[in-house]
Design a protein around this ligand. Structure first.
Ligand code: AMP
Length: 126
């Protein structure tokens, strides 16, 4: 089944400037902004500007330039916020997809979390 992108999702509205956001970094193909309900002292979302639903959708359909830009933006945000273990204490990346991944917003986003010890990777079967 092919992915169908819903252009009324909240991140699409952020990209169109219809909803404000707390921008951390903007690039040609990506946008990084603070999560509105942070789960850790640092909680930043990185999204591609293109209409991709999940990571696998993006990886299969994005251009090389988009993929490079998105990957580099995630790393740049980690360094800008000194979450990178080279300068700071580390971070976790999460990309939820679909029902079992408990994805709420159907536009690819990578969560960057840090600023405290985050515990084991999975803590609940709920
Ligand atoms: P997920 O469950 O992986 O789809 O995560 C969606 C994330 O988007 C959640 O962590 C929300 O807190 C976050 N979120 C929802 N609306 C906004 C918004 N307007 N600005 C920033 N973050 C948002």
């Amino acid at each position: 089944m092919a992915y169908v992108y819903d252009d009324q999702n909240i991140f699409a509205k952020i990209l169109r400037g219809e909803i404000p956001n707390s921008t951390v970094l903007e690039t040609k193909y990506s946008l990084a902004f603070r999560d509105v309900a942070p789960q850790a002292p640092d909680h930043i979302l990185v999204i591609p500007r293109g209409p991709y639903v999940t990571f696998d959708h993006f990886a299969a359909n994005a251009t090389d330039a988009e993929i490079v830009d998105f990957t580099r933006t995630i790393g740049d945000v980690c360094r800008m916020t000194t979450l990178d273990p080279d300068n700071g204490d580390g971070y976790r990346l999460i990309a939820n997809a679909g029902d079992h991944g408990v994805q709420d917003v159907p536009h690819l986003h990578v969560h960057i979390l840090g600023g405290r010890v985050l515990g084991r990777m999975l803590s609940s079967t709920d």
